[in-house]
Ligand binder design. Structure first.
Ligand code: SAH
Ligand code: SF4
Length: 369
């Protein structure tokens, strides 16, 4: 009999499982949930506040199984990357980015991506499959275990923030992603505040509307171009949901939130493509026209093998930023982190075939036994 993997369940789903399959009271689910996510336990025998017969029964019908770690590597800037094996023989990547007291985990939602943005290496891998809930929350679980668990205040580097910015389009794997974000924010699990869980989307409008009605997390939208003509080329889903449609949906999402949160527009700076002052002017006009509460995050393009795009020169990025700042738009430039281990934005590849070729180039990568 196949055992049920409890790792991917929300607390509510675990309550259901415990009562339906084990005929146990709901508070048992909370105990198990805490053991899994706050103590990093994957063996029922370690759950010492459960009676022995219950532990034995659990071991028969259930398991706690995270993706297997194939590689773990540290960048010289402290960024850590994991390559994880997922069901079906593919591999995904997860990245942890320490920054002072903050520790941000960049989580993948799919193997590959079907949306094929022209400047994204994940997109260039094609699409393999949606990750299961256990494979998504398993990334947080593994990182938390490696750096210090939520219950341990002494943990040096906790996962304080999660960004759904790894491989894949999170809104195309909607339910598992939403369930896992609930667990990230659950005080009996990782207890991360809703402002510190960010979903990044390239603009799957119907799913964005659904998201706003079901959960409250911070939102980042991959814009990358100030007009439809250019965005159609860079982010092909724009042909289906254009900039006006996307801005309207983003506004609806913000309106549904209880506070004055703003959206972050991500804008990857591609040399000679979308980085000219006329683009900055157009972007400022677009934002002013719609009056949307936002920040702009400029991402220096991270090259990958086979791409023709180049990173915008630093002075060009700074001039673009100045232009937006003069229009009273809060604009930051994302620091490139972990590029020496191919862990920077848009460099995540993961799939088994590519990993073998790439593994030779990883710096300081160690095989984990
Ligand atoms: N699919 C989601 C989230 C993953 S990508 C999305 O597109 O929003 C996270 C961010 O990195 C996105 O804004 C994406 O457009 C950007 N990105 C992709 N490839 C990049 C590259 N090569 N260099 C810099 N940023 C890139
Ligand atoms: Fe997919 Fe996001 Fe990459 Fe586009 S940028 S191909 S949506 S992962």
């Amino acid at each position: 009999m196949e055992r049920t993997n409890l790792l991917g369940m929300t607390q509510a789903q675990l309550v259901e499982f415990v009562s339906d399959s084990l005929n146990e009271k709901a508070f048992r689910a909370r105990q198990i949930f805490k053991w899994i996510h706050q103590y990093g336990v994957d063996n029922f025998d370690d759950m010492t506040n459960l009676a022995k017969p219950l532990r034995a029964r659990l071991a028969e019908v259930a398991e706690i199984r995270a993706p297997e770690v194939l590689f773990q590597g540290d960048s010289k800037d402290g960024t850590r990357k994991w390559v994880l094996k997922v069901d079906g023989g593919s591999a995904i990547e997860t990245v942890y980015i320490p920054d002072g007291k903050r520790g941000t985990l960049c989580v993948s939602s799919q193997v590959g991506c079907s949306l094929d943005c022209s400047f994204c290496s994940t997109g260039k891998q094609g699409f393999n499959k949606n990750l299961t809930p256990a494979e998504i929350i398993g990334q947080v679980w593994l990182a938390a275990k490696s750096y210090g668990l939520p219950v341990l205040d002494t943990a040096e580097r906790r996962v304080t923030n999660v960004v759904m910015m790894g491989m894949g389009e999170p809104l195309l794997n909607y339910e598992p992603v939403v369930d896992c974000m609930r667990t990230m924010m659950d005080d009996d699990a990782y207890g991360i505040s809703k402002r510190r869980v960010t979903l990044s989307t390239s603009g799957v409008v119907p799913a964005l509307d659904r998201l706003g009605s079901e959960i409250d997390v911070s939102l980042a939208v991959s814009l990358h171009a100030p007009n439809d003509e250019l965005r159609n080329v860079l982010v092909p889903i724009n042909k289906k949901y254009n900039i006006d449609t996307l801005f309207a949906a983003t506004q609806r999402y913000l309106d549904a939130l209880p506070d004055n949160r703003s959206v972050t527009f991500e804008y990857t700076m591609l040399d000679g493509v979308n980085d000219q002052l006329e683009h900055a002017n157009q972007l400022a006009r677009l934002i002013k026209k719609t009056g949307i509460r936002c920040k702009v995050n400029l991402i220096p393009f991270n090259p990958f093998p086979g791409t023709d795009y180049k990173t915008s020169p630093r002075p060009v990025i700074e001039a673009f930023q100045r232009k937006l700042v003069h229009s009273n738009i809060i604009t930051t430039v994302r620091t490139t982190r972990g590029d020496d281990i191919d862990a920077a934005c848009g460099q995540l590849v993961g799939s088994v075939m590519d990993k073998t070729r790439r593994s030779e180039r990883y710096i300081k990568l160690q095989q984990v036994q």
